[in-house]
Design a protein around this ligand. Structure first.
Ligand SMILES: [Zn+2]
Length: 232
């Protein structure tokens, strides 16, 4: 995290407000990997519901509080549950992911009068779309150019075309969907060895495949050769 934060600027304030406005009352806002969780408890009221017992979570909450003070929103803190993460980092990551999945279970279609849950949509048909380059801030405070992607999913109830953040899609879809791109599924090491031993063809993904851009998390990985591409 960047430590020379000088308080919220206009952009931070607007972003935070628009974030809160999008949430329905009773809905949860839990920024990725932040260790903080808020529930919308009123028209202009958020409540801190979970706080990780970790200095960085405390610092993030302090910033959000400082930002909220510059708006017409209020923050309640009396319901907050202090959660101590497991000491083992692997267990801590696992626990965080489980919690993120619990929250994602309740995500609804963004159409205001449609209550279909995102998890019930046909996530396997999600289409990875490259949205161009964007600038991002690294943990060291450096600005870097990164690719921006979304995963397009359709609501079967209202027909809305929904663009999900890739991370949100992987949380909703689980490991299997995360490691699948169209017909290509990432192979585990044993499966690769087995395929090579039997003379089966495998494919290693680069940046592009048949003039299509490969999602960054799939690059450099070994995938099954789809049946229709063999013997070409
Ligand atoms: Zn819908």
């Amino acid at each position: 995290m960047n430590d020379d934060w000088e308080g919220p600027n206009e952009e931070d304030i607007e972003w935070t407000k628009s974030m809160f406005e999008q949430i329905e009352i009773g809905g949860v806002w839990a920024p990725i990997h932040s260790g903080v969780e808020y529930t919308k408890t009123g028209e202009k009221e958020m409540s801190l519901t979970r706080l990780m017992n970790h200095p960085s979570a405390g610092a993030i909450h302090a910033r959000i509080l400082e930002t909220i003070e510059k708006t017409d929103w209020t923050m309640k803190e009396d319901q907050a549950q202090l959660v101590t993460p497991p000491l083992d980092p692997v267990a801590a990551i696992h626990e965080r992911k489980e919690r993120e999945q619990e929250i994602a279970e309740n995500w609804q279609c963004p159409t205001s009068d449609c209550e279909e849950l995102l998890r019930n949509m046909d996530l396997a048909q999600g289409i990875w779309s490259y949205e161009g380059m964007q600038q991002a801030l690294t943990d060291d405070g450096e600005i870097v150019d990164t690719e921006r992607w979304s995963v397009r999913v359709n609501c079967h109830e209202c027909g809305a075309a929904i663009a999900l953040e890739p991370y949100d899609y992987t949380i909703l879809g689980g490991d299997e969907l995360s490691w699948t791109w169209g017909p290509y599924q990432v192979m585990e090491r044993d499966a690769i060895i087995d395929a090579i031993d039997h003379g089966d063809q495998v494919l290693i993904l680069g940046t592009e495949l048949e003039e299509e851009r490969v999602p960054p998390h799939m690059r450099g990985l070994v995938v099954h050769m789809p049946l229709n591409m063999e013997e070409e």
